[in-house]
Design a protein around this ligand. Structure first.
Ligand code: NAI
Ligand code: MG
Length: 495
């Protein structure tokens, strides 16, 4: 394994100030795969200074969108050129099955290409006239990059989460400091190399690896940062928002969820089972938008739970690099313990464990757990209300549409929701009543770079992806001009 003991600051690989390292682990073998540079506050200072200098003095914010777009396209191409190698690295660091890692990496490249297009279009839309009620004045609204962005990202989709923040920030003309999760830091460091090879000017993208309290906290508190973009847990999101409050930093947060999936009894049971499984077992259920709370109408409840059990038991678990594997290990020992504790708690609370929650018989190491189906889950239980972030689905029956909508909305989260029925009018009606930022009809989880992504309630603030993602990194300036030949003459009345 190559070495990952340096930070990428100001266009160069530099040793961390304290020369510290932390280990990143392959969750399948439980072996250390690399020693990774551990940034501390001093490194954060250097990285922010490099980004600040690149923003204030460098070419990047002053280039045309077309010029920035060309660099973004080269980054996309650079990812595609190394797709297999990067996907395998992601599997080793995170555990996910290789086909899913390939999918993530392709989407990450696609994200850079998409924002290349928006950067190119920005040139024609940077300044737009504003119609005023007083024709002595004229005004325009002008989009400008927000400045230096600090991006802190999680471990579930390491490269893709980096792309969701880096691509729009760069398209907007921002410079940035990116801190990946200490559990999966490797592909972000590779992204730094790819960006440099794509001729991104020095200091525009700085990548610092390190622990949350040692590197993430000083980044979120740094006065040189204009904007913070975070994806991760609610408690950390709250801490970041508090840090941002002191200097009134612009913040966007994409946090957790406990997203509902409503299945009406006119649905095709096999189609429902397929989407329910994709909604919660994809990426080991370590997905912020996972539809982990399933509401099934009484008429098909028993049959659906039985079919779901049969299919869940067939899921192939193992090393993400092995052919045919659909479920890899959980990301870390900590996450494994957390999910196991959640399953135990669900049983204590009276949820019926239909299947799963065990170590697969053929795997004696690695953070593996058989996928879990809980039925008849009490509505006020912890397991029904709180995010597990693992392959654990909770199911409850409902009688009618009003009950389904009420129960689905009974949550402090509001990231995603799904509804399934053959009655399209009903699906459309329910979709409009669900308090969530993303609603899927007759499916769960498909994600498109073009469409807005983000949560209601405690699931976050702001929207990523699409044009909304670009606006996240833009300020809007009003420039207003006095057009009249007549003197204003308020104080100095014309005599
Ligand atoms: P976390 O939210 O603590 O970590 C996410 C990122 O924040 C990492 O880069 C981490 O280094 C950084 N961070 C941690 N403490 C920080 C601080 N004080 N200041 C600034 N940055 C800090 O998530 P963690 O600990 O990896 O996972 C805990 C739980 O969070 C999971 O079990 C899961 O429930 C949830 N989670 C949700 C995600 C989502 O996409 N919504 C993603 C990852 C985790
Ligand atoms: Mg790892």
């Amino acid at each position: 394994m190559k070495s990952y003991d340096k930070l990428f600051i100001g266009g160069r690989w530099v040793a961390p100030a304290k020369n510290g390292c932390f280990e990143t682990i392959d969750p399948c073998s439980e072996e250390v795969i690399a020693q990774v540079a551990a940034a501390t506050a001093e490194d954060v200072d250097l990285a922010v200074a490099a980004a600040r200098h690149a923003f204030d003095e460098g070419p990047w914010p002053r280039m045309s969108g077309v010029q920035r777009g060309a660099v973004l396209r080269r980054i996309g191409k650079g990812i595609r050129a190394r797709l297999d190698e990067l996907a395998k690295l992601e599997v080793r660091d995170n555990g996910k099955p290789l086909p899913e890692a390939l999918w993530d990496l392709g989407d990450a490249a696609g994200c850079f290409e998409y924002y290349a297009g928006l950067a190119e279009r920005l040139d024609a839309h940077t300044e737009t006239p504003v119609a005023l009620s007083d024709d002595r004045f004229s005004s325009i609204a002008r989009k400008e990059p927000v400045g230096v962005a600090g991006a802190i990202i999680p471990w579930n989709f390491p490269m893709l989460m980096a792309a969701w923040k880096v691509a729009p920030a760069l398209a907007a003309g921002c410079t940035m400091v990116l801190k990946p999760s200490e559990l999966t830091p490797l592909t972000a460091l590779e992204l730094a190399d790819i960006a440099a090879a794509a001729e991104l000017p020095a200091g525009v993208l700085n990548v610092i690896t390190g622990l949350g309290p040692d590197a993430g906290a000083p980044l979120s508190e740094h006065p040189g940062i204009d904007k913070l973009a975070f994806t991760g847990s609610v408690p950390t999101g709250s801490r970041i928002m508090q840090a941002a409050a002191r200097d009134i930093k612009n913040v966007s947060l994409e946090l957790g969820g406990k997203s509902p999936f409503i299945v009406f009894d006119d649905s095709d049971i096999d189609a429902a089972v397929e989407w329910i499984m994709f909604g919660i077992f994809w990426n080991q259920g370590e997905v912020c938008s996972a539809t982990s709370r399933v509401l099934v109408q009484r008429g098909i409840y028993d049959r659906l739970v039985t079919r779901l059990e049969e299919e869940t038991r067939k899921i192939t678990i193992g090393n993400g690099l092995d052919e045919g594997v659909l479920l890899g290990p959980l990301v870390s020992r900590g996450q494994y313990d957390k999910v196991r504790a959640a399953v135990a708690r669900g049983r204590e609370e009276g949820a019926r464990l239909v299947t799963g929650g065990e170590r697969p018989a053929h795997l004696d190491r690695g953070y593996f757990m058989t996928p879990v189906v809980f039925a008849d889950v009490p509505e006020q239980s912890w397991i029904w209300q709180e995010e597990v972030f693992g392959p654990v689905v909770c199911i409850r029956p409902f009688e009618d549409e009003a009950e389904a909508v009420r129960s689905a909305n009974d949550s402090r989260f509001g990231l995603a929701a799904a509804v399934m029925s053959r009655d399209m009018a009903r699906c459309e009606r329910v979709a409009r009543r669900l308090r969530a930022g993303i609603v899927w009809i007759n499916c769960s989880q498909p994600t498109f770079t073009e469409a807005p992504w983000g949560g209601y309630k405690q699931s976050g603030i702001g929207r990523e992806l699409g044009e909304w993602g670009l606006n996240n990194y833009l300020e809007v300036k009003q420039i207003t001009r006095y057009e009249s030949d007549k003197p204003w003459a308020w104080y100095m009345k014309s005599r």
